[in-house]
Structures are given as C-alpha cells and as structure tokens.
Design a protein around this ligand. Structure first.
Ligand code: GLU
Length: 303
C-alpha cells in the first residue's frame, strides 16, 4: 500500500473542503491558533512512518492527555480505579454537569472531564511529584525528552476553567475527590496543556496499538490494560460523537479541543491528524474527514 501517496492525496482533497469550523475559544490561548493548519502522521508497527502537511507543528493536546493519565493511573492502581468511575459512554459534552449530579458523583468514564479529574486525583495521591512524573511518563511513551507543558495554555485555562471547578466541587461533595481542588485542577490543566506534534503523538500511542510495548521495545502498559483502554477510546473517545466516529472511521481514538485526533488499529498502525477548526461537537472537522477517507480507502478498520 502506498501510504505516502494516500496521505498526500487525502490531505489535498480535505484541504480543499469549505471549512466553516471554528477553533476552541473558551480557553483564550487556544483561540489564537491559526485555523488553516493541517497535519497527518502515520506510524506502523513495522517501524515505517509517513506524513503530510503540518505534521511537525506542535499544538495543545488537551483531552488527548486523558488517555495518558488513565494509562498511568490504571497501571499503578489496577481495577480499583473502577470503584470511582464507570466505563460507559456519556452521550453528553465533555464538561457536562447534570449527569454527575444524577449519578451521585461517579463519572460515566475516564475520558470526560469529571472522570479525568478523578483520575488526576488518583495520580496526585500516588505520585511523589505529579507534574514531573506525568511528563516523564509521556516523554518515555513517545521516546522524546523534549515534550513539555505549555505554561501559558495551562494558566489561560486556569483563569477560565469555571466548569471544571464546578465539576471538582461536585465530585468533592460526593466524596469522590480526595485531594485539595486547587492542587488537582492545577495538575489537570497542566496535563491538558502538553504541546506535541502529530509525530510525537503517534509515537506515544504506539504502545496502545502494540499490546502495551513501546517503540523502545519495553512494556510501558500492561497488555490487558492496553486492550481495555482501547475499548474505552472506541466507546468514549469523541465526546457525544463517539458513535459517529465509530460509524465513519471505525477505530479507537481520542480527540482534543486543540484539534488533534489520534486513532489506531491494534497490531497495525497509529494515525494522528491535527487541524484546529472544530465541528459543533468539538472534534476536528478536517481530522474527521481525513480519517474517514483513510480507513475507507485502505479498507482498514476494526470492523
Ligand atoms: N482542558 C480542556 C477542558 O477541560 C479539555 C477539553 C477537551 O479537549 O476536551 O475543558
């Protein structure tokens, strides 16, 4: 299969689509990003890689970081994690509050904000230096020690993160947040602010496609946990559009409001797209279009 040509053709075709999408503006720093950027990077299990467009421009990974924090917390505390959250799709936006109230402080899954904030709380309890240790985990997954937080994005979100403060307060009222709210959210905002490019993200997700074994050939994630995290990505990775993503693309993956999408076919490849213009559900418009074309043209999806 000529992946290089396929990616370049898809990039060209999708770039020509009329783009009425909008960049996320509820975090002021994200509103400054130029919408016309668009990159794709594919990384396969045999070690080959292919790219098109802005694959080496860094962007804010936002909610894609929830997969990394989940992998870290699941790795250290195992199935006890599920005493504090569920693994069901929410069918609601990522920062929705009323479901959490109705379900007595047990988040639907670890990839919506409430679940991710509980995961962050677990890491604050278990890690000596949460911010440093988490960053190191991501750097090791990606095999790239240059990856870093974007402190301006983190500060910008802290200033405007009213809904996340509301979620944290609600969790605390149900006794499902054990550490101080300020400390947990400060760590959460930093996780979301990590800046990576398509290549670094594809490399970091390699282990999820490769039964837990990273590119450096060591086991970073237990194989049975990689399997479960992939299942959660498939059912919960795309806000209230997880069904649509499975229908159109047919791969487990995760998106973020920075415009990134990472998707993978177990035992085959990881593909990352980035384009900051979002559709009305918060997923990258060009990214969804490109991934639909990719799995259709290469006839490769989990279905
Ligand atoms: N940091 C963002 C928030 O909590 C993440 C949103 C996202 O990418 O879904 O609002």
């Amino acid at each position: 299969m000529n992946y290089k040509q396929i990616l370049q053709d898809i990039h060209k075709e999708v770039s020509a689509l009329k783009n009425t999408s909008e960049v996320a503006n509820y975090i002021p720093e994200l509103a400054k990003v130029n919408k016309d950027q668009f990159g794709i990077y594919l990384n396969n299990i045999n070690g080959e890689n292919f790219e098109a467009g802005d694959a080496d421009v860094t962007f804010s990974i936002q909610s894609i970081s929830k997969v990394f924090s989940l992998a870290m917390a699941f790795g250290s505390q195992g199935d006890t994690l599920w005493e504090r959250m569920d693994v069901e799709p929410s069918g609601n936006p990522f920062n929705y509050l009323s479901l959490l109230e109705r379900e007595k402080g047990i988040p639907r899954n670890p990839l919506i904000n409430s679940g991710a904030i509980v995961v962050t709380d677990c890491l604050v309890s278990s890690l000596k230096n949460p911010k440093e240790d988490f960053l190191q985990f991501v750097r090791d997954l990606a095999n790239d020690q240059t990856i870093d937080y974007d402190y301006e994005v983190a500060a910008s979100e802290k200033d405007t993160g009213f809904r996340n403060y509301a979620i944290a307060n609600l969790l605390k009222s149900f006794d499902n947040l054990h550490n101080p709210i300020e400390e947990v959210l400060d760590f959460y905002f930093h996780q979301c602010s990590i800046a990576m490019n398509c290549k670094q993200l594809s490399n970091a997700f390699f282990a999820f496609a490769n039964r837990g074994v990273c590119m450096q050939n060591n086991t970073c994630i237990k194989p049975k946990q990689a399997k479960r995290i992939n299942a959660i990505m498939l059912t919960c990775g795309f806000y209230d559009e997880a069904g649509e993503f499975a229908f159109e693309v047919g791969l487990p993956g995760k998106s973020g409001v920075g415009g990134g999408i990472v998707a993978l076919l177990p035992n085959q490849y990881v593909i990352t797209t980035w384009s900051p213009g979002l559709n009305e559900k918060g997923n990258s418009y060009y990214g969804m279009q490109a991934l639909e074309r990719f799995t259709t043209q290469t006839n490769s999806s989990i279905f």
